[in-house]
Design a protein around this ligand. Structure first.
Ligand code: TYM
Length: 370
């Protein structure tokens, strides 16, 4: 079996998501759960396609919801750089969840985390990225009345008492085992998971009663939330509900998109020319020659251009299937797919960048301050 690693700080190798469900002990999002969700809305294409594919306790939270108990949403971003399309993926889904379930959303920006975990990053720079990332979040159209975004270093007054209560229940040996810390790790890293747990209880704290909290995010964040969930009952709160997506792969194939390899990644601030160049160099499932491809077809399953359509840019299942079938049959070549994907991404980014500009005037409608 191929080796792979998935932690909040490192994703390497070709991820076997089925194996990861076993390794992490999460549950699969199955037909039954999707049918239950379809009572409220046409299931999002990321659910239909198994991109949001795994969960912890979402069935229980849905049963509570059916009995009239609402839940709130919580997700986050570690501001170590500009936003890329991989980050946008769970946020698009979170926005859908907010719309369908009319839920409050707490959005944590962990400038403290990135300062502690990135040697070269200053706190000032992390905050600068935080505000850049917040523009992307607002640009996605979250409801300003129901969306509360905060930076850890600015909203600490409210987070700290919760993080402390969490921290008191976690031992050093647990943190060391879960996150692979060493004797040489700085001590901020040991405490940090308490900070990421805090918003899972913030909604309950602020309202004065236990409320279910649902966290849509990438599967890489699961180690944190295993700890959060273990602690929840000691604090008198329901175990945090998780709903996890697979990771948008690198354009070059293999691992998830990485900010440290710019060609593997499309940023929300990229120009049309940059997008065209990056998609032009993407790893595809094309054959060695046009003749060969016309004769034997391509391989969409390994093709990053196809995956970008599947993960984000082609919500229409029928159109996606057509691309798949035509590629397999050798009726469609990589150039055509690359051109179509470039067009879709650039149209998305043009609008997104306009909304990002408008978001500069809306910051205070979203940011939660002490
Ligand atoms: P961060 O900033 O690394 O990532 C933000 C969100 O994007 C997801 N993600 C991806 N999803 C799909 N494809 C990818 N290639 C990809 N890369 C990243 C992450 O899973 C995450 O959902 N420690 C967190 C910040 C945080 C947080 C949270 C995240 C604080 N509280 C609660 C999720 C939920 C971090 O550094 O995320």
């Amino acid at each position: 079996m191929a080796e792979f690693t998935v932690t909040p700080w490192e994703v390497t190798g070709e991820i076997d998501y089925e194996e990861l469900v076993e390794r992490f002990g999460t549950s699969r999002i199955d037909e039954n759960l999707i049918n239950r969700i379809s009572k409220y809305a046409e299931p999002h294409f990321m659910l239909r396609r198994g991109i949001f594919y795994s969960h912890r306790d979402f069935d229980r939270t849905l049963s509570d919801y059916e009995k009239g108990k609402p839940f709130y949403l919580y997700t986050g971003r570690g501001p170590s750089g500009m936003t890329h399309l991989g980050h946008i993926m769970p946020w698009l889904f979170t926005k859908w969840m907010q719309d369908v379930f009319d839920a409050e959303l707490y959005f944590q920006i962990t400038d403290d985390e990135k300062f502690l975990f990135k040697d070269e990053l200053t706190l000032e720079k992390a905050r600068e990225y935080a505000y850049e990332n917040i523009l992307d979040i607002i640009a996605l159209g979250f409801d300003p009345k129901k969306t509360h975004i905060f930076l850890d270093t600015e909203y600490i007054h409210n987070l700290y008492p919760i993080a402390l209560r969490v921290a008191k229940r976690i031992t050093f040996s647990t943190v060391r085992a879960v996150f692979g810390l060493q004797n040489s790790s700085n001590i901020g890293k040991i405490f940090y998971t308490g900070m990421q747990s805090a918003p899972a209880f913030l909604g309950s704290e602020l309202s004065g009663e236990p409320i279910n909290c649902v966290v849509p995010c990438g599967i890489d964040q699961d180690p944190h939330f295993r700890v959060t969930r273990d602690v929840a009952p000691f604090l008198g709160y329901p175990k945090t509900t998780m709903i996890y997506c697979k990771l948008l792969p690198s354009l070059l194939g293999g691992d998830k998109m990485s900010s440290s390899v710019p060609e593997s990644t499309i940023y929300t601030t990229d120009t049309p020319k940059q997008v065209k160049k990056k998609i032009g160099k993407a790893f595809t499932g094309g054959a060695v020659s046009v003749e060969e491809q016309r004769k034997n077809g391509g391989n969409p399953d390994v093709c990053m251009v196809y995956h970008y359509l599947r993960y984000i840019f082609e919500p229409d299942d029928e159109k996606l299937k057509k691309v798949y079938d035509e590629c397999m049959a050798g009726e469609r070549l990589c150039g055509q797919c690359k051109m179509e994907l470039t067009g879709k991404i650039n149209r998305f980014l043009e609008k997104h960048q306009e909304k990002r500009e408008e978001a500069k005037e809306m910051l205070e409608d979203f940011i939660l301050r002490d």
